[in-house]
Design a protein around this ligand. Structure first.
Ligand SMILES: NC(=O)c1ccc[n+]([C@@H]2O[C@H](COP(=O)([O-])OP(=O)(O)OC[C@H]3O[C@@H](n4cnc5c(N)ncnc54)[C@H](OP(=O)(O)O)[C@@H]3O)[C@@H](O)[C@H]2O)c1
Length: 315
């Protein structure tokens, strides 16, 4: 049997990379083998990957040599940055540049870069429908990723540009779930008007990435979005209500109100939701559900995700 082709996965103990690592490791017939990168090879999550037969290696985006080493001898690589760990678009751009440089040096034949739109192409900085943040961004955690696509192109790395959607898991882990108001009723607060927003089960992102690696060459240079379903705030609230056995209302707030909530990242996310609302068609067209299902036949819709996870949503 020929040796399996190694795919180096950054963020392998996290949501996106974890889904990819598990998708490959649990497919006994895979032509690929995972090399999972983590800062702590002794963490429970790292050990859980090792238990699946995954090669787990130490690496840190702050340690350039470790990034190069993690890519040595690999066929492919999954690259993701971690905006919410530091809130710095400049750091994300520097890390993307390092990924591109290291991928080129290692001769990576297929990279997947987990990117997002540079929203300044939709809302220029002088457009005052939403505030400019940090002096030169509209949605910092999107814009830095989109701006970084160029790093991979310029370095000549064969790359697929993967665009994730809003993780439904944010309702569990990111404080985005419904809250009980003073009237005792559950309300889901989002500033997306009546638009449908692309959402996804986080685990499905990596499964779609696996589908892209399997298809290979035809996806190089392509922009691919992944989504499990496009839903309005009312549709999400209603589905949550059914899953929780208690009504949830959609509390539609203006983006400006959401930006003023004051939690870390509220302005960034307020602008992001406004872009999801005002550019619904464009964002959803890229995040095609049928295309995602073609890459990952197990793709979940929101009802299926809720059937598994609704009980974990903190109320
Ligand atoms: N939440 C959403 O709805 C959403 C939607 C689209 C895109 N995104 C983007 O997704 C990205 C995050 O991906 P994710 O959700 O998969 O992350 P995640 O679940 O937070 O996982 C992050 C993993 O990355 C590793 N990591 C963190 N800092 C590192 C460093 N300096 N060097 C090496 N590894 C490091 C950590 O592993 P160890 O601790 O094991 O080292 C951690 O397990 C963000 O940039 C965000 O903008 C999020």
């Amino acid at each position: 049997m020929p040796a399996k082709k190694i795919i180096t996965v950054f963020g392998a103990t996290g949501a996106q990379g974890g889904g990819l690592a598990r998708a490959i490791a649990t497919d006994a017939n895979s032509e690929f083998a995972v090399r999972a990168v983590t800062r702590d090879i002794n963490s429970d999550k790292a050990k859980a990957l090792a238990a699946l037969g995954v090669e787990v290696v130490a690496g840190d985006l702050g340690d350039e040599a470790s990034v190069h080493k993690a890519l040595e001898g690999a066929y492919g690589a999954f690259f993701v940055t971690f905006f919410w760990a530091h809130f710095s678009p400049e750091q994300e751009k520097a890390e993307a540049a390092l990924f591109a440089k290291a991928a080129k040096a290692a001769g990576i034949q297929h990279a997947i870069w987990s990117t997002l739109e540079d929203t300044r192409e939709l809302v220029p900085l002088d457009d005052d429908r939403m505030p400019t943040l940090m002096g030169k961004y509209k949605v910092p955690h999107f814009d830095a990723k989109g701006e970084s696509n160029k790093q991979f192109v310029d370095a000549g790395v064969p790359t697929t540009f993967l665009h994730a959607s809003f993780y439904w898991d944010n309702f569990i882990y990111f404080g985005a779930g419904p809250k009980r108001g003073e009237d005792g009723k559950l309300a889901l607060t989002l500033p997306i008007g009546e638009s449908k927003m692309a959402g996804v089960a986080a685990e499905d992102i990596g499964k779609c990435a696996y589908g892209i690696f399997k298809k290979g060459a035809e996806f190089i240079g392509k922009y691919v979005g992944v989504a499990g379903e496009h839903l309005t705030g009312t549709q999400m609230a209603d589905a949550m209500g059914r899953a929780l056995g208690e009504p949830v209302v959609y509390n539609k707030v203006p983006a400006a109100v959401y930006r003023s909530f004051g939690f870390p990242g509220a302005e960034d996310l307020g602008n992001m939701f406004q872009v999801y609302d005002e550019f619904e068609e464009k964002l959803n067209k890229l995040r095609d559900v049928n295309g995602s299902r073609a890459l990952n036949p197990q793709l979940q819709n929101f009802e299926q995700w809720l059937a598994q996870y609704a009980k974990q949503i903190p109320l």
